[in-house]
Design a protein around this ligand. Structure first.
Ligand SMILES: [Zn+2]
Length: 322
């Protein structure tokens, strides 16, 4: 699909400069350079400005937030030739912690910090989906995913010893058995399943009322993307799928998924719902879906703007999947 990388978090050509990760002298020089900047994360939220809304803060080394919170770091790479690092200050305990609405689908709370300006906050990336710039998004999803991996993989999976970050944050090394561990990415398939002019959509009971989306699920070990699409659709809806093609992908750092957007052709047969996964699934015509996207359908609302589901469905509607 020629527009595949226009999806939110679709990247902006960050030079990850992986050859520098193990070069302590080069990294030290990059950190001292005037061009160096840091993004800062706190418990998965990123420091952004309110105006312009959702713009990632790129802080210089001398900024009080960095001076006051040493925290773990990642070298993200070179963006437009400038070195970019990320700092995790999750150990900071706020005096006044923002309240998260219970049962909320997306955490819209914003956390202030005494070292940030009045119009700067820590915000959840999911709340910024439709706002975040491409270059900001690429940095933020990378940092969020890698920091989350460090927090959940503190101990060596081979011998149980506490491991240590290495390679500028891109691996963990075990001091006892010398094993090296690397950040993981979990593949998920999400699929446009079509039958002629109709699209298969469904809803999970945990979603906001009225929201419907594409079926999706984790790829299992030993499975191709195509097989995962066929298995997930059959398990959730009882529909058999024939030909499957890949369309586009989206990093989804909650905590570490990579969404593989696919399209598959349904074979004849009726829907049989797996009620543990889905509350409802049905076929919707292109004309009806156009009404959903224009906001004129009284019952159905589309997935959130910025999600790959919304991206794929809008491309299907516009007949722009090539
Ligand atoms: Zn070990």
């Amino acid at each position: 699909m020629k527009d595949a990388e226009l999806v939110t978090f679709g990247g902006s050509g960050l030079d990850r400069a992986a050859h520098l990760r193990g070069d302590a002298a080069a990294l030290s020089a990059l950190k001292k350079s005037d061009a160096a900047c840091w993004l800062v994360l706190w418990r998965g939220k990123v420091a952004v400005s309110k105006e312009p809304q959702g713009q990632l803060l790129r802080l210089p080394a001398a900024h009080p937030l960095l001076q006051n919170h040493p925290g773990p770091e990642i070298f993200l790479g070179l963006q437009a030739g400038k070195p970019v690092f990320a700092r995790d200050i999750s150990s900071w305990e706020p005096e006044f912690e923002a309240t998260v609405e219970p049962q909320s689908f997306v955490d819209l709370s914003t956390q202030t910090h005494p070292d940030l300006a009045e119009n700067e906050t820590f915000s959840d990336l999911r709340a910024l989906l439709s706002l975040i710039r491409r270059d900001d998004g690429e940095l933020a999803v990378t940092a969020r995913s890698v920091f989350s991996w460090h927090r959940s993989h503190r101990f060596c999976a081979r011998c149980g010893q506490e491991s240590q970050p290495g390679m500028a944050g891109w691996q963990r090394d075990c001091p006892q058995c010398d094993a090296h561990h690397f950040p993981r990415t979990d593949p998920v398939v999400i699929m446009l399943i079509t039958r002629g002019n109709d699209l298969l959509i469904g809803r999970s009971p945990h979603w906001p009322e009225g929201m419907y989306s594409l079926l999706a699920g984790f790829v299992e070990p030993g499975e191709t993307l195509e097989a995962a699409v066929r298995r997930e659709v059959f398990e959730e809806s009882g529909i058999r799928v024939g030909a499957v093609s890949y369309l586009a992908s989206q990093p989804w750092p909650f905590p570490s998924s990579l969404m593989f957007g696919c399209i598959g052709e349904a074979k004849p047969g009726d829907i049989t719902l797996d009620e543990t996964e889905l509350e409802e699934a049905f076929w919707i015509s292109r004309e009806e879906m156009a009404g959903v996207f224009s906001g004129t359908n009284p019952r159905i609302s589309p997935p959130r703007s910025g999600s790959i589901a919304q991206f794929l469905m809008s491309k299907w509607l516009a007949d722009c999947l090539d």
